[in-house]
Design a protein around this ligand. Structure first.
Ligand SMILES: Cc1ncc(COP(=O)(O)O)c(C=O)c1O
Length: 399
């Protein structure tokens, strides 16, 4: 018996390595194993009560119907005012749109900007989804190793990667998986390059509000307002408001880009969840205290991680000034022995860490950089302590 084949594009798509590790950790936990989940990609604490209340009220108020594809106009107006105040650059309601998480905003962006064969410069290590989405749009990810430059794109690196086919530069700050935060000087230089070479900038700042130790996040359009016409900014309520499951992200950009996204989204998922739209709009002004508290907790946890990492011989980490990730360089351990057995790859190391230390971390392979593992500290203080003790013990057994 024969059967029609699946589409060729499936060859470009594998399940995100981050989700895979998270579900393995959760399955083991459900089986009663004492697993520390350093593979987490979301805050471990609950969202605001006022948000939940606003969602319940929205449901009780019969807020159940379709909305325009990129969200209710009134909420887009409110969001535009919020973004304008944050960036110090004016955005009108038709220059912003809501999506089912930042992931959809990024997918829309790839689909409306990229033609088959267009190149998009993406820094390595990258969040797992970036290259796949560009490929699905027919584009070609041009991957640029940022490890030698403190895990950040520089204008020199971008310059060396530009070809006549380059269409866009993707910047992700604060970065997943490294936690790196781009500084003003380099962002300005990259922005100037984009203008000189007539390129789009795709600016993923999903972790913009999660910044360590009083540091500062910079939006590239705030730095160079002239970039507004060639920049699509991607953000989300997922990470900073502990709302990953509600699926509410947004993008800001030129009117024609946002309109094209609206047309596309009208044919794919239509509007993002109406209850989430309404609830977030009611609680938007109360988010500041929540985020301040989250950052204080995350600062404390990062300190515990950094203190522990100092004592793990042969392991170093990128400077992590944002989000809730640390990217630890484990290159020394590959090809060396643990309990008499040689560990051949980073993926094998991660499996071994899970099996032996009962800690789930994510292999850098899925982020395009096998020299590292991602440690997430979006877990309880107690788990951060225990997890780091376990990792210290584990890495101490290599020879
Ligand atoms: C850099 C980055 N961009 C986008 C997303 C997607 O977030 P959302 O839940 O809003 O779709 C994530 C989630 O992990 C991320 O790390």
């Amino acid at each position: 018996m024969t059967r029609p084949t699946l589409a060729d594009r499936n060859a470009q798509v594998v399940a995100p390595s981050t989700s895979r590790m998270r579900s393995i950790a959760n399955e083991l936990k459900e089986k009663g194993e004492s697993i520390i989940n350093f593979a987490a990609g979301e805050l471990d604490f609950d969202t605001l009560d006022s948000l939940k209340k606003a969602a319940i009220e929205a449901i009780q108020g019969k807020c159940n119907t379709y909305t325009p594809a990129l969200g209710e106009k009134k909420i887009r107006e409110q969001l535009a005012a919020y973004i304008s105040a944050e960036l110090g650059v004016d955005y009108a309601w038709n220059e912003v749109g809501m999506t089912a998480g930042a992931k959809q905003a990024l997918y829309n962006t790839a689909m409306v900007l990229i033609n088959p064969g267009d190149e998009v410069i993406i820094p390595i290590p990258y969040w797992v989804t970036f290259p796949t989405q560009i490929e699905l749009a027919g584009g070609k990810p041009v991957l640029v190793d940022t490890k030698p430059d403190n895990y950040k794109l520089t204008a020199d690196l971008v310059s060396a990667a530009i070809t006549p086919s380059t269409k866009a530069i993707l910047i992700n700050t604060p970065n997943n998986p490294t936690g790196a935060v781009y500084d003003e000087t380099e962002l300005r230089k990259i922005g100037e390059l984009a203008i000189r070479h007539d390129l789009w900038i795709i600016y993923d700042e999903c972790y913009s509000r999660l910044i360590r130790n009083g540091g500062r996040h910079h939006n590239i359009v705030s730095l160079i307002p002239q970039l507004k016409e060639r920049t699509v900014i991607i953000n989300s309520f997922s990470k900073s408001m502990a709302l990953t499951g509600w699926r509410l992200g947004y993008s800001s950009g030129p009117v024609d880009v946002i309109k094209a996204m609206e047309n596309l989204q009208g044919h794919t998922t239509s509007n993002p969840n109406v209850v989430a739209q309404v609830a977030v709009s009611k609680a938007l002004d109360q988010s500041t205290d929540f985020i301040t508290t989250a950052n204080a907790i995350l600062d404390r946890r990062l300190q515990v991680i950094q203190k522990a990492l100092i004592h793990i011989e042969h392991l170093s980490a990128a400077q992590a000034d944002g989000a809730f990730y640390v990217f630890a360089n484990i290159q020394w351990f590959i090809g060396r022995q643990y309990n008499g057995k040689v560990v051949q790859t980073t993926d094998a190391l991660v499996e071994l860490i899970l099996a032996e230390a009962k800690v789930a971390v994510v292999s850098g392979a899925g982020f395009g950089d096998s020299s590292g593992i991602r440690i997430s500290y979006a877990v309880s203080d107690a788990d951060v302590e225990t997890g780091m003790q376990r990792l210290t013990e584990f890495f101490g057994k290599f020879n």
